[in-house]
Design a protein around this ligand. Structure first.
Ligand SMILES: [Zn+2]
Ligand SMILES: [Zn+2]
Length: 160
């Protein structure tokens, strides 16, 4: 997304203030980083000490209402943001919390599937895929043998 697209989203109802522009540029230069408001504040504040954390919060709230960013819940209890459009999905490891991005959009597929059944037109969707990353699979299953469903149940109840 570039500045003129941002202006379009602000739609004349909201000014493109210097602060909003700075925060927007920060998001642009950190694509794929899944920044929280605190992260953004940390980056922005170094160069622009006048921008406070509450300004960042308010700006991110506005940006998410205007669909400039998407809010992400990557399971670490922290609200994170990423610029629209994502063009990727998030795979989240249940063991170590690692987030892996896979490229691609399911929007068209979803749209087709929905249309046929419900006449529903898809505008937005959230997809988080949970599992175990390669490293954690190896740790959970050091023998390299395929896990049986029984073992799975045992290890899970041990954790609880
Ligand atoms: Zn992402
Ligand atoms: Zn992992």
């Amino acid at each position: 997304m570039n500045t003129s697209e941002l202006r379009e989203k602000l739609d004349g109802r909201y000014k493109l203030t210097r602060q909003r522009e700075i925060i927007f540029h920060t998001l642009n230069s950190y694509t794929g980083h899944h920044l929280s408001a605190e992260d953004i504040y940390g980056i922005v504040h170094e160069q622009y000490p006048k921008i406070g954390l509450s300004t960042v919060y308010r700006t991110m709230e506005l940006f998410s209402i205007l669909a400039v960013v998407q809010k992400l819940d990557l399971g670490d209890g922290c609200q994170r943001y990423e610029l629209y459009p994502l063009h990727h999905h998030h795979l989240i490891c249940n063991a170590c919390g690692k987030v892996i991005e896979i490229k691609g959009s399911l929007a068209d597929t979803l749209d087709t599937a929905m249309d046929a059944k419900t006449d529903f037109s898809v505008q937005d969707y959230r997809l988080y895929i949970y599992g175990y990353c390669k490293d954690c699979q190896a740790k959970r299953n050091p023998s390299g043998l395929p896990e049986s469903p029984d073992q799975n149940t045992t290890s899970r109840s041990n954790v609880v």
